[in-house]
Design a protein. Structure first.
Length: 287
């Protein structure tokens, strides 16, 4: 019998709404707007191809976290149904979303004595957070209670490896991840950075290589170095499905590994990394 609590997450997990629905997971959506129009969208409002076309045309997307008022509304609606909540949040190293959720969770537990709202900071982003949700779903479906599931996820989260590369350095420059000089030189020399998310949930540049194909192969090499034997593998991409399929084939042919899921990078994550981002996620001995 499936335990009677609600699994929740947010749209930064880059899982399609239909996938979350199939897994019986509730999600709140982060927002963004294009500076040039001032029009606000919720994550997944626009088709990915349209969103990334606008970015390639030079439009600048700015994102915002899930605010406390939204959490009050969503948490209350579930608590009033007599349901407890296990919420898996976007990394606190990249957003205040997790902090906002925690503040509201504490207030909701005071207003609804006997009910539980547990927030787990995933320290993950994109399909790394999606992989974290996948683990929580498996735990729930195996019969873990809310507290057992939360404890298991806390132990596992620093084993969720994030490795990714980008096509255009200007988006990392805009977000302050690299300097203007580094972006200019890197573009001129066709240098592609390889980055990961560290134990504090921050985005860190680890190395750089020459050329797109080399950067994709480097992602596969990172998996080969540290992946756990029984790990699922997720890939996310920002409007570059051919590169995602190339990575899948390298993992299969050279490492004997099957990819569990390929998913698109949504607007909120893509606003910071840009079109052409390719990311690989798996469980490893360490991040």
């Amino acid at each position: 019998m499936t335990p009677d609590y609600i699994l929740m997450t947010d749209s930064a997990c880059d899982l399609l709404p239909e996938k979350l629905a199939a897994w019986n997971v509730v999600a709140v959506r982060l927002a963004y707007m294009f500076q040039e129009t001032g029009k606000e969208y919720m994550d997944n409002d626009q088709a990915p191809a349209e969103f990334y076309r606008m970015m390639r045309d030079g439009k600048v997307a700015k994102t915002s976290s899930v605010n406390e008022a939204t959490y009050v509304e969503v948490f209350r609606s579930l608590l009033e149904q007599g349901r407890d909540i296990l919420y898996l949040a976007f990394s606190s190293g990249l957003s205040v979303t997790a902090d906002n959720a925690r503040k509201v969770a504490g207030e909701m537990e005071k207003q609804y004595p006997g009910r539980t709202v547990r927030v787990v900071d995933s320290l993950c982003a994109s399909a790394g957070e999606g992989l974290f949700v996948y683990l929580a779903v498996q735990n729930r479906d195996r019969g873990m209670s809310l507290e057992e599931n939360a404890a298991a996820l806390e132990k596992e989260k620093l084993h969720v490896c994030h490795w990714f590369t980008v096509e255009d350095l200007k988006y990392l420059k805009r977000g302050g991840r690299i300097s203007a000089a580094t972006a200019l030189l890197g573009t001129a020399l066709n240098v592609k950075p390889v980055l990961h998310v560290d134990n504090e949930g921050h985005l860190i540049k680890m190395s750089q290589v020459h050329g797109r194909k080399k950067s994709i192969r480097t992602l596969a090499e990172k998996l080969g170095e540290t992946i756990a034997d029984d790990s699922p593998i997720f890939i996310s991409h920002a409007d570059c499905i051919q590169d995602a399929e190339l990575l899948r084939s390298i993992l299969k042919e050279e490492y004997g590994r099957e990819v569990t899921l390929i998913t698109g990078i949504g607007s909120v994550i893509g606003a910071h990394s840009g079109p052409g981002t390719l990311a690989l996620f798996f469980l490893g001995k360490e991040r």
